[in-house]
Write a protein that binds this ligand. Sequence first.
Ligand code: 26Q
Length: 822
Amino acid sequence: AWKKFATQPFSNVEDFERDVVRHVETTLARSIFNCDETAAYAAASLAFRDRLITEWNRTQQRQTIVDGKRVYYLSLEFLMGRALDNAMLNVGLKGVAKEGLSDLGFRIEDVIEQEHDAALGNGGLGRLAACFLDSLASLNYPAWGYGLRYRYGIFKQEIIDGYQVEVPDYWLDFNPWEFPRHDIVVDIQFHGTTKKYQDENGKQVTVWEGGEIVRAVAYDVPIPGFDTPSTNNLRLWSSKAASGEFDFQKFNSGDYESSVADQQRAETISAVLYPNDNLDRGKELRLKQQYFWVAASLYDIVRRFKKTKRAWNQFSDQVAIQLNDTHPTLAIVELQRILVDLEGLEWDEAWAIVSKTFGYTNHTVLPEALEKWSVPLFQSLLPRHLQIIYEINLYFLQSVERKFPNDRELLARISVIEESQPKMIRMAYLAIVGSHKVNGVAELHSDLIRSTIFKDFVKIFGPDKFTNVTNGITPRRWLHQANPRLSELIASKTGGLGYLKDLTVLGEIEKYADDKEFKKEWQEIKYANKVRLAKHIKATTGVTVNPSALFDIQVKRIHEYKRQQMNIFGVIHRYLTIKSMTPEERKAVAPRVSVFGGKAAPGYWMAKTIIHLINSVGKVINSDPEIGDLLKVIFLEDYNVSKAEIIIPASDVSEHISTAGTEASGTSNMKFVLNGGLIIGTCDGANIEITREIGENNIFLFGNLAEDVEDLRHAHNYGEHTLDPDLARVFEAIKDGMFGDAGAFGALTGAIEDHGDYYLVSDDFHSYVQTQALVDEAYRNQDEWLTKCITSVARMGFFSSDRCINEYAESIWNIEPLDTST
Ligand code: 26Q
């Protein structure tokens, strides 16, 4: 009987409309005569959700029956963006939805716009995790994501009088994409004490007792694959008070207030995403978040494994766990604790299992981003874990001592414990020691970690443990969804949407790189995308920009190493140059719109000053009647995933200009090129591999190389630093008050003039300005420009996150896709 009544999800327009109306009337309890866009969004989402749930359940059943190896992706960040558009496209029913919604009186774009971004991440690392989930599902891998269900995602950015103001992002008001699992709860322990004793067989055992308990509740999010029934699971943990007798007693004895306070303290753990990107601040609550999430996830993973009744030595044949940076490193310690303390395995036996299970991905070489936690903090919060870390370190140091006898300095350098005041735990070292593979995210970055920060470990473990997996992006969201017209054009020349499943098929469009008709269509699409962005700029900033101007875009987190300051100094230089021209000379200037966007960490004062300068410069230039359309400067408020989907397809040129050797990979560089924009960039991160793939005639590279950075910095510190003359003129203009209160920007100029110019802005400035002139020149020849763009897109196949995930699957996880035909 069950089968007969199983849910039949819609697949045509009429059934879709019926589902939407049913959800409006019954699920939302609203009259169809009172159905606005919000309600239409809600009902359409619920209709698609019904479809996803069916396939999601099937996928999970299939995984259980096959009983093969699964991969678990542990990430504190998942920057998902909107789900409805993605679900419609991945399921292949956007056309149906469009027609159905139109019948009901709605434009699908307006309905999609109602959704609040799921912004549970800061930037690159979090968005990478989201692209990986899309690829894992699209490639039918049995995979789960584990994260935290923050009540507040990354803050919303408002620009008030040119300054960044942070507004909380409360996004859970109505979220049809999550399913609370009130039956899946794990109680997580903090603080307390440890005791050692002998059990009945005379074996030494350690128990961890007392302290406080916080309850983790699972919330599941379905992740649909593209053009496949596979629908994977993202499990996010939410914290709440454990309803113990203690609270109950408090409550009954009239201590209501303190019982509520306990509740709030527990809920604080998953309340908010830390808004720092590439910076570690060592806050206790952050460590609590990490352990809470890691312990709940491991309990869940181990429980699933135990159901299969296998022997422990088969654990790593069934389970691969990938650590997205060091944030989940405690998982290594927690699994060792479970196996030794709770399951009674011998230390060595347990350690063999643990170190075969984990893989660790490093995303940064910046010293200020390498996680360290103080030993006293650990002692108080996780006393048993501290003991285990010491023990892991002891065995590790002993093994190194055997291999490299009498090298005390080596031991001090590689110890998981830094002998500082207070002592610190080096999480990256712990992650390396406890993993079977360590990877960087682009070739240069992987080479750098092998030759600098992890050099000693390469000597100890051998080179095979360290590898590279160059990042990728999902072409479903970053081409098909963000740029539907370009996707359609490509599909029309490559035999349909198959290219979205094998991005190397893009190669087939290279034969149109000189095709007049094709180029015309290409140019029209780019122009339409620029018109769309121009409208957005007008609506949000009030500034009118000319869509025929060259759109030059830099959108990413604001950070000194990414050098937005160099970009805005370049804009000022351009402004001064135009101002010094005769009207006749100005006629030859190529019009340009410089677009910036990105959030500064709330405590990162220098980054906030950069935002302030960009806005101050924009205010002056945009209202200068002499300049008109020749130059406009725009700061787009609140850059996020859904805004990226409008911004990226509209670029002619995008800027990826980090100091060489600092940007691990970058992924927006890939998104911009895939959408037919060219890059101005340094020889850093994935720019280098993009150049290799698309050809150096199709990219504007400039600046010093990573291998020269150390010497340049050294020279600066010995006073051999002369300010670039063009940059000096820019600084004079700033100091003259051309952009308002000169004092406000003293820190920015001072960092370069007086404090060693750590990010080499002055060293690279001349080369940057010259290369920008080459961009102007190249853009003048639209015919050649279009050839460059088309050729570049044709050669971007390598940068699909599908390729990237297949590399992880083969070389790190050793997992196979599931057969979805049964
Ligand atoms: C660490 C400790 C305490 C608080 C916060 C953090 C923290 C949070 C986020 C440290 C780092 C991050 C994020 C790092 C990040 O986004 N890295 C980027 O990862 C991308 C994907 O690999 C790369 O493309 C970028 O180059 C890299 O900057």
